[in-house]
Design a protein around this ligand. Structure first.
Ligand SMILES: Nc1ncnc2c1ncn2[C@@H]1O[C@H](COP(=O)(O)OP(=O)(O)OP(=O)(O)O)[C@@H](O)[C@H]1O
Ligand SMILES: [Mg+2]
Length: 437
């Protein structure tokens, strides 16, 4: 059982059922030695994905006592001395009630000793808090009986010493659930509904968190109760109604399938998920194959990133703003890579010159801007060329995605089996790295 614990990586593996089974091992009966267990787990991901919920469920289903603490609660006790006393009290309580699951929610509030810039005058406070916290973590690690589960939204804000192996051995991302994950949440909340109806609700809810669903169901039930009747399936369908223009859905579906097809054509790595969100957005998730970072590798990646725009252009004839906007949009990512080719990776016209501030350089130097633009345009053109060979597949796959709204790895692979691999010199405008002029 615990070996399974050692191998969990994704939300699907750590679905509620699995988590519950996980902790059912009774260490006291010596099934697995305490020293062989993974005793520290960090669950991280966006708000409302069920991190705290799973942590509690793990403790409860194992029959362990559950003790919780947060830095916020400890800080509310007062000045540094009071704060540290509260923190130590939580850890001693966990030890006294062993076997215990000690849940430290919002553990990213611990901050980092390396982060000197954010509120400089709090730096020494933070250092003392982190040092005391590390001492407590090491103390529980030396004894038997306490499993520590930290949860947070931003693991990148946490001091590296807190995250290192031995303090948090296992780190598991809990992203927003896919349609299967949503189905489990609906089934848990609405055990009387038929599977087919739960699946339909789950497909409509792609893009929601577990917390969103829980809140929506409670609100719908309260409204029905206010009208002195039971909540019906129709009430729920109304809440999770998909009321945006199907033409937008089609555009997003083509855009995402464009990303996926290029991923397969250029052999960039297996596509794990393609989905349409209920807010009119979508996503394609793939596991990037490791590459040496040649100019051609970066150009392949640019082609894949710009394939969404390329698919819109090819099939609909125009492009939307959907590839741009935020700092993590397709255009932002592609511009960053193309700029780095010129200014950071030593693969552009500046030769090996590394630049500290490429964003400013691109704004100030028309030559860099021109080269970046040319790189992006070439990548998008290449994506259009590859997609035009797969146009039927693109349109059929987009129709299927509009129907299911969420394709898992198996379904995506079934479609992508039809993609013709593109050998580097088939299509390629892969140019040699430009020489300094
Ligand atoms: N697997 C699940 N099945 C059913 N309901 C769930 C599940 N996971 C979470 N929920 C519901 O979603 C709510 C929010 O979950 P939780 O508080 O664990 O989110 P979180 O990831 O800790 O969020 P935050 O990052 O904001 O702390 C829970 O109160 C619970 O009602
Ligand atoms: Mg939480």
């Amino acid at each position: 059982m615990w070996t399974f614990f050692k191998s969990i990586r994704t939300v699907r593996d750590i679905s509620f059922d699995a988590a519950a089974k996980l902790m059912r091992v009774d260490c006291r009966e010596g099934e697995v030695g305490w020293q062989d267990l993974t005793r520290t787990l960090l669950l991280y991901g966006p708000p409302g994905t069920g991190k705290s919920w799973i942590a509690r469920a793990m403790g409860n289903s194992a029959g362990f006592s559950v003790v919780t603490g947060t830095f916020g609660q400890w800080q509310a006790a007062g000045h540094l001395g009071d704060m540290l006393r509260e923190m130590r009290r939580t850890f001693s309580q966990a030890r006294a009630q062993a076997p215990t699951v000690l849940i430290i929610d919002e553990i990213d509030a611990v901050g980092s000793r390396e982060d000197r810039d954010r509120d400089r005058h709090n730096h020494s406070y933070r250092v003392q808090v982190i040092n005391a916290f590390l001492a407590e973590m090491d103390a529980v690690a030396r004894e038997e009986g306490v499993i520590v589960i930290g949860t947070c939204n931003h693991p990148d804000l946490i001091d590296p010493a807190v995250l290192r192996a031995g303090r948090f051995d296992m780190k598991v991302a809990l992203p927003l659930p896919d349609a299967d994950g949503l189905f489990s949440v609906f089934r848990h909340c609405l055990p009387d509904l038929r599977e087919v109806d739960l699946r339909d609700l789950a497909a409509r809810a792609v893009g929601c968190s577990a917390a969103d669903i829980d809140a929506a169901i409670r609100q719908t039930r309260a409204i029905a109760r206010g009208q002195k009747r039971d909540m019906t399936l129709d009430d729920l369908r109304q809440v999770f109604i998909l009321d945006h223009d199907p033409a937008i859905d089609r555009r997003v579906a083509l855009h995402e399938c464009g990303h996926a097809i290029i991923c397969a054509a250029l052999n960039l790595g297996p596509v794990r998920r393609i989905f349409l969100n209920r807010d009119g957005g979508g996503g394609t998730v793939f596991t990037a194959r490791e590459k040496p970072g040649l100019l051609s590798d970066l150009q392949d990646r640019l082609t894949q990133i710009l394939a969404g725009r390329a698919a819109e252009r090819l099939v609909i004839g125009d492009i939307s703003a959907g590839a741009g906007g935020s700092a993590d949009s397709d255009l932002a990512q592609a511009t960053m890579i193309a700029t780095s080719i010129q200014t950071r990776y030593g693969l552009g016209a500046q030769g090996p010159v590394w630049t500290a501030d490429p964003e400013t350089l691109i704004a100030l130097d028309p030559d860099v801007l021109f080269r970046v633009r040319r790189e992006l345009e070439a990548a998008e053109k290449r994506a259009v060329q590859i997609l035009s060979v797969h146009r039927n597949l693109l349109e059929e796959m987009a129709e299927a995605l509009m129907a299911s709204r969420d394709m898992d790895r198996t379904e995506a692979q079934d479609w992508l089996a039809r993609v013709r691999h593109t050998a580097p010199d088939d299509d390629h405008n892969a140019r040699p790295a430009p020489q300094p002029e």
